[in-house]
Ligand binder design. Structure first.
Ligand SMILES: CC(C)(COP(=O)(O)OP(=O)(O)OC[C@H]1O[C@@H](n2cnc3c(N)ncnc32)[C@H](O)[C@@H]1OP(=O)(O)O)[C@@H](O)C(=O)NCCC(=O)NCCS
Length: 175
């Protein structure tokens, strides 16, 4: 897998990713983000951290950017702006191949090995069993179920991992 910061050129791929109601099932009840949503600010918000060593990363099958797989993020947590939050959204064709776990491990290596973070968190709707399975495979532990800080009517399960629980703890990685 090849990761690089999300770019303006990813607009078509992002619109296509979100056009699949199964991809959006546990994010918006299946409602896609439209091209207009991306053009009117969503893509800019995803690119808000491009000058930082974290943010949203587009995922491809190889460095020549063969097949677009989706994206990962490592961004300020919705629960604590001083902590980084892991997230992911992949095309349905990419599911079930361990790719979310692989990309997430790369970002955790980066967070703990390069960015010297202490804790990284992640959250999902409690019914999003695939997403929660990824968190558990990464060694994340359940913190609790809380109202989402920005979408308060939504309850989300929060997980986190301390650097001591990640295999790269103490090493210096690269992303
Ligand atoms: C969540 C998502 C990123 C997982 O991607 P993936 O590449 O298939 O994940 P992985 O293959 O690394 O691991 C998925 C794990 O979940 C398990 N899983 C998948 N569907 C499951 C289900 N319905 N119930 C229980 N476990 C499930 C898989 O068996 C696998 O575990 P295993 O390796 O122990 O067998 C992908 O489903 C996705 O993009 N979903 C839509 C967007 C989304 O919901 N993002 C998360 C928002 S919080």
């Amino acid at each position: 897998m090849w990761l690089r910061p999300v770019a303006e050129a990813d607009l078509d791929a992002l619109v296509s990713l979100d056009a699949d109601p199964e991809v959006m099932r546990y994010i918006s009840g299946g409602v896609p983000n439209s091209r207009e949503d991306y053009e009117r600010g969503l893509l800019a918000r995803m690119r808000a951290h491009v000058d930082q060593p974290y943010g949203f990363f587009s995922a491809f099958t190889n460095p020549s950017e063969g097949e677009y797989l989706g994206w990962f993020h490592l961004r300020p947590s919705v629960f604590d702006e001083h902590m980084l939050e892991l997230g992911y959204r992949l095309r349905r064709e990419a599911w079930g191949r361990g790719l979310a776990t692989e990309g997430s491990r790369t970002l955790l290596d980066h967070a703990f090995g390069t960015l010297d973070q202490t804790v990284v968190d992640a959250c999902a709707l409690p019914v999003n069993t695939a997403s929660i399975a990824v968190m558990r495979k990464l060694g994340m532990t359940y913190v609790g179920t809380f109202s989402h800080p920005r979408v308060t009517q939504m309850q989300v399960a929060r997980y986190w991992i301390h650097r001591s629980g990640h295999p790269s703890a103490g090493s210096r990685g690269a992303c």
